[in-house]
Write a protein that binds this ligand. Sequence first.
Ligand code: S5P
Length: 270
Amino acid sequence: MPHHKSSYTARAASFKNPTASRLLKLMDEKQTNLSIAADVTTKAELLKLADVLGPYICVFKTHIDIVTDFDQDLIKQLEALAQKHNFLIFEDRKFADIGNTVKHQYSQGVYHIASWSDITNAHPLPGEGIIKGLKEVGLPLSRGLLLLAEMSSAGSLAKGAYSEEAVRMARRNRDFVIGFIGQRRLSVPLDAGQEQEDDFLYLTPGVSMAQPGDSLGQQYRSPEQVILESECDVIIVGRGIYGAADPVAKATEYREAGWAAYQKRLGVSQ
Ligand code: S5P
């Protein structure tokens, strides 16, 4: 059976990486494949979103470097909320440098990302050294990495052979690379000696039920297009939720739409 036709829980066992299996199981437990992109710029707003949306999401995605009043207490409180509501934290750092540099960026500096973020992501652009560098820091902490195989923005150069190479890099580092940021489940010819495609998680941004895009190149699709047609696993929604007058009501709508698409994909009748 193709991976995307199995339940999240059934797929959990085939991942060696503990963060991947934890995520898959908690999605079925909480009945949600919704991730919020919490792109707000103050500590208070970020923590409020984590607390009010926590029950409806599987992953809380941050851009920690846009928070003006960042401090260590923010991390402490965010971790407590992740425990309280049972969600994973994903710092959307988009590393893009050589292995030796990203290793320091991931573990040191102001943010110490590796110490609190279950998942982070990297561009495959520099080659496999970026994964090796991040892995030295992240694997001992049981963290998971996503590679940006494709982007949602207009004119993205991450396509074709570039995206396919991202999948090959991921196959060679399956202990640490748990999946991709991408627009669709990728189909890449198997490597020599490979009998079947490894399972990977696909987390997909560029999701809105209201807008076709923004004025800066973002392009949106619906939860159904992402989960059912493109066979991805998690919808990442930012402004469609936190920008609404009632973020909780919107999160409920996106959660229901994402979950219905997943049920349909599994062939479960409603
Ligand atoms: O290809 C991408 C990859 C990412 S991680 N396109 C994206 O938009 N993102 C992120 O998803 C982006 O950095 C932002 O945090 C979120 C989308 O936000 P929205 O407000 O457009 O839903």
